[in-house]
Design a binder for this molecule. Structure first.
Ligand code: FCB
Length: 461
């Protein structure tokens, strides 16, 4: 019997990318020449851990790629680590570059299209010691690194992410001070913001200059991946909502809006800069990478500061939170996609989405609900081309260490074998990827009740 119309499967466009995302430092292990490695040795990670051998992806990539293939995935997002490729200033490591080549070749042999991130927050320690992005030679060192990677790996990469969530180093590294270099220096934050815009423009230029053709024979595509949140006033109505609205606008502008405006217009946008034009910046993105995890509720009072500090977020009653304390708010993804689509008019890839959940129950519901919202965005005209779940294996979650588990595959860093054990959420994603659709049976099997009534639960419009 065919399903009742109310339960019609949510089909995704042909050729849609289904995969997972990671960052080198969080999974490879032994990124010993990096600033993060050095910082971890100070014992500042919340759960006392260090990245150490992480998931040993550096050596076990073959196993992970085979697993992705077995799970029906057709894409992977991964990163290269600058500190591995240039462990000492001016002394590139060619064996490391060959190793990355072998990694990408293996991904392709497993039928995975490749999205490669050039920079995911981590710097070589030698550059960090000279002032990181503020160092006078940072941009020339970056250009040298990017050109080398693009030349060596370009034929294997479908989609280039220049910078991952560039606002995180600005805010967490230079304003709130909880990521290295752990400073609270607004002027430096402004300088780093500008530098990162310049770095993005350099990489955006370097990709087509160094890659004659993408693996599909077309032109290579490059863009950035932004940390997008859906920001709203905490209160649903009344005077407080009116008072909170400007704060919500400010938070949105500070956390991603200023970056987007700068890329669109080619000039450094306030509050981080005063309109300086950056050559090659205007319109410098072939696609937008959307990393979406949560809604942020702008709250006047003590909650406001905690928003800025990135922890202890204000959360309206009745809204579920993940183990990171992040609000689970699937329609926020729809709104973000809609607004990115309206501002950029470019293809969009969901380059990250997922949740910290030790038990995996929340993750399964989270996944189903967010996929339904992506479908909703596509149905209203957003050109979304793929979904890369954060992440495949539980891994090193920066300042939170190994305690926060985002994987659809369990991995215990204390296990000598570092065994990979798929969780039920992996089977949900597998069923969706295989069918290129989210169907009510798969949801009933793997995440019962998540989309009842089908497909958008009440309150999720
Ligand atoms: C994003 C990061 C990614 C991961 C997830 C949970 O902000 O880009 O590396 O830590 O959060």
């Amino acid at each position: 019997m065919s399903p009742a119309p109310a339960f019609r499967p949510l089909r995704f466009p042909d050729g849609f990318w289904w995969g997972t995302a990671s960052a080198g430092h969080q999974v490879e292990g032994d990124n010993v020449h990096s600033n993060w490695w050095k910082w971890e040795q100070l014992g500042l990670v919340n759960d006392g851990s260090r990245s150490g051998r992480a998931c040993d992806y550096w050596n076990r990539f073959g196993e992970d790629h085979a697993l992705l293939r077995a799970l029906g995935m057709n894409a992977i997002r991964l990163g290269v680590e600058w500190a591995r490729l240039e462990p000492a200033e001016g002394k590139p490591d060619s064996a490391a570059l060959d190793h990355y080549r072998a990694m990408l070749e293996d991904a392709r042999r497993n039928g995975l299209r490749v999205c490669l991130t050039l920079h995911h927050w981590v710097l070589p320690a030698w550059l960090a010691d000279q002032g990181g992005w503020e160092a006078p030679q940072a941009l020339s060192a970056w250009e040298r690194f990017v050109e080398r990677v693009v030349r060596a790996l370009g034929d294997l990469v479908d989609l280039w992410v220049t910078l991952n969530e560039p606002m995180v180093p600005v805010i967490a590294g230079y304003l709130a001070g909880y990521h290295p270099p752990c400073r609270r220096a607004p002027l430096a934050a402004g300088r780093v913001f500008e530098r990162l815009l310049e770095a993005h423009a350099i990489a955006y230029r370097a990709v087509p200059a160094g890659v004659p053709r993408a693996p599909d024979g077309g032109a290579p595509m490059a863009g950035f991946a932004g940390a997008y949140q859906h920001v709203e006033p905490y209160h649903e109505s009344g005077l407080l909502r009116l008072l909170e609205a400007p704060l919500a606008r400010l938070l949105a502008r500070g956390s991603f809006g200023a970056w987007d405006q700068s890329v669109l217009r080619g000039r450094v946008a306030p509050p981080f800069g005063f309109g300086r034009t950056i050559p090659g910046l205007a319109g410098s993105t072939d696609f937008v990478g959307v990393n979406y995890y949560m809604r942020i509720s702008a709250h006047l009072g003590p909650g406001t500061l905690s928003n800025v500090k990135g922890q202890g977020y204000a959360c309206p009653p009745g809204i579920e939170q993940t183990e990171m304390g992040w609000q689970i708010y699937p329609p926020g993804l729809f709104h973000v996609l809609d607004s990115v689509h309206r501002s950029f008019r470019k293809p969009i890839w969901i380059t990250e989405n997922g949740c910290a959940d030790t038990g995996d129950d929340v993750r399964r519901r989270y996944l189903a609900m967010h996929l339904a919202q992506i479908h909703r965005a596509i149905a209203t005209g957003c050109d979304v081309r793929g979904f890369l779940h954060w992440t495949l294996t539980d891994n090193f979650e920066w300042r939170e260490g190994f305690e926060k588990k985002f994987g659809i595959v369990a991995l215990d860093p204390a296990d000598p074998e570092l065994r990979r054990t798929p969780k039920q959420s992996a089977f949900l994603l597998r069923d969706v990827a295989r069918a290129n659709a989210l169907d009510a049976d798969a949801v009933a099997r793997h995440a019962p009740g998540a989309l009842a009534p089908w497909p958008l639960a009440p309150g999720f419009r």
